[in-house]
Design a protein around this ligand. Sequence first.
Ligand SMILES: Nc1ncnc2c1ncn2[C@@H]1O[C@H](COP(=O)(O)OP(=O)(O)OP(=O)(O)O)[C@@H](O)[C@H]1O
Ligand SMILES: [Mg+2]
Length: 238
Amino acid sequence: MSMLTVSNLSRYFGGLAAVVDMSFTVEKGEIVGLIGPNGAGKTTVFNMLSGFIPPTSGEIIYQGRRMNGLKPHQICELGVTRTFQVVQPFPDMTVLENTMIGAYVRHPNTTDAKRKALETLERVDLDAKADKLGRDLTLLELKRLEIGKALASEPDLLLLDEAAAGLKDTEIEDILTLIRQLNREGMTLLIVEHLMKVIMNLSHRIIVLDFGKMIAEGTPQEISQHPAVLEAYLGKDE
Ligand SMILES: Nc1ncnc2c1ncn2[C@@H]1O[C@H](COP(=O)(O)OP(=O)(O)OP(=O)(O)O)[C@@H](O)[C@H]1O
Ligand SMILES: [Mg+2]
């Protein structure tokens, strides 16, 4: 049994088909990349997988359990956590307090949640900034906090939506190292990213969306030479 099985998943916004009849699996221990041009439907897929919006049709099965209709916090409790492309921590709460929100998922006791949050902040290299307010963070700190908040809930399947977007090369290297380390420790990841360097380096397998439809699936090597993918990214004439 696959860890995650998505069958015939679709989402319409009025007449707009954001995701159309998408079927794929994620196996335990994998890093799967989800790519596609702007507006292809990647974040909409994450919104459905994490319970933020319901699918129009189709089914999401995680560890043998149907996830459709569950609330985000229930999905998080089952072990699936996502990060947000547009990072929005609580501005008047500290880095530590923001991270504790994630930690409370498995540690209802404040002392335990705080310990878990501090431990997580070390992993994302934010422990020195634990007392800084959400609204005072740099982009790099925001990106790290976003991953930290998600990690604090101890997911088995982590959905990362453009975790490295906007960062400098050396900062991206740090995130690559962290993702590889998490994967080695047993975490399964589904990652959305525009940076080909990140996707090609990390993914065991890549799924390509274009206008809501899955147009290709394969290893990084296969995807980089796939005619439909090149066309989606470069246009027909190039
Ligand atoms: N809540 C919404 N209401 C209406 N339309 C939406 C909504 N969310 C997404 N869309 C539309 O659905 C399509 C897919 O959007 P989505 O954000 O999933 O794309 P994406 O692949 O994540 O793009 P990007 O790479 O720019 O982040 C777009 O046309 C978008 O405008
Ligand atoms: Mg998006």
